[in-house]
Design a protein around this ligand. Structure first.
Ligand code: HBI
Length: 124
């Protein structure tokens, strides 16, 4: 059975609660995204590992970036150097986008994975 895009009613019931929990709709695409923050890379990667194991189990995969909060392109070289000296450039942020390629939009698989992700996230 091919997977179906969520209906309007399903979006009200299933996506609205996620939006109240910091998930956002992605511009120009039927997908949801959320940023997660951790104390350090170790915690961020531990979180990603648990999601990766679940993704493998349910055969549904996130699009994600593991980024550093202090390493923006707009920063000057000297402030990037300072970050590295002070060890502030830790890859402690994870940005996750969920969508279902098969139906080219949001499906119940994204809702399930988002709820799993929220259930293991320990807010800093
Ligand atoms: N992950 N996000 C996402 N969307 C999919 O449609 C998807 C997936 N992981 C695996 C998967 N589909 C497989 O079912 C197909 O690639 C065969």
């Amino acid at each position: 059975m091919p997977i179906a895009k969520l209906t309007t009613d399903e979006r009200k019931k299933l996506v609205e609660p996620l939006k109240n929990n910091e998930w956002e709709l992605v511009d120009g695409r039927d997908a949801i995204k959320k940023k997660f923050k951790f104390n350090d890379f170790n915690e961020a990667f531990g979180f990603m590992t648990r999601i990766a194991l679940q993704a493998d189990k349910v055969d549904h995969h996130p699009e994600w970036f593991n980024v550093s909060v202090g390493a923006k392109r707009s920063q000057t070289n000297s402030s990037l150097r300072l970050n590295s000296i002070l060890n502030l450039q830790v890859y402690n942020n994870v940005e996750i986008t969920l969508a279902t390629h098969e139906c080219q939009g949001l499906s119940v698989r994204d809702v399930d994975l988002a709820n799993f992700i929220d259930s293991i996230y320990k807010r800093q």
